[in-house]
Design a protein around this ligand. Structure first.
Ligand SMILES: CC(C)(COP(=O)(O)OP(=O)(O)OC[C@H]1O[C@@H](n2cnc3c(N)ncnc32)[C@H](O)[C@@H]1OP(=O)(O)O)[C@@H](O)C(=O)NCCC(=O)NCCS
Length: 148
């Protein structure tokens, strides 16, 4: 499996993040304004994942809250999936959350998103509840958490 480097994204990376997020999410994208708004939002950190010296292939956006953390978004370019980038990003978020004192990390996921569900379960997340009609599609969200 490819070794990935994970680094913090900077405001100067905004265009790269927007393109990557759109590539990963397609019509479920937050849009350029939504993505750009993540930079500088309170407690929010954006991580990029790449091979040494190469363009990022994936990103994660998470937020530190008092005593806990929330994964806001994670995505990998479609042609780079199943290579370990998503797992590397998720591990980095879990580590970073632990370093700032989070005791748990929470997320929402569409239960029909098999890849994401498998990624989270593999990393030790467990279902804690449901949120009705959470997505634009009208689908419910599954709430998941992991103790850090
Ligand atoms: C979810 C996503 C980030 C996973 O990224 P990835 O780089 O492909 O994930 P990895 O290669 O690190 O996979 C790690 C584990 O997740 C699981 N997994 C990932 N994709 C999977 C798939 N399509 N089917 C089943 N399991 C999958 C596997 O357990 C995998 O481990 P394995 O390869 O050893 O079997 C990626 O599919 C993606 O960007 N999807 C679109 C955006 C999205 O839906 N984000 C989540 C929103 S909640």
């Amino acid at each position: 499996m490819t070794e990935y480097l994970v680094r913090k994204a900077l405001k100067s990376d905004a265009a790269v993040l927007e393109a990557l997020e759109h590539d990963a999410f397609g019509d479920r994208s937050w849009g350029a304004a939504g993505v750009a708004g993540s930079f500088g939002a309170p407690g929010v950190e954006i991580l990029f994942c790449s091979r040494s010296g190469a363009q990022p292939v994936g990103f994660a956006i998470w937020r530190a809250l008092p005593g806990e953390a929330e994964l806001l978004s994670i995505g990998v370019a479609p042609d780079r999936r199943r290579g370990g980038a998503g797992a590397a990003l998720l591990d980095a978020v879990i580590d970073a959350a632990g370093r700032v004192g989070a005791r748990a990390i929470h997320l929402e996921v569409d239960p029909g998103n098999r890849a994401a569900m498998a990624l989270y379960i593999r990393a030790g997340f467990a279902e804690t509840g449901r949120r009705k009609a959470y997505y634009r599609s009208g689908a419910d969200a599954t709430l998941m958490s992991k103790r850090v």
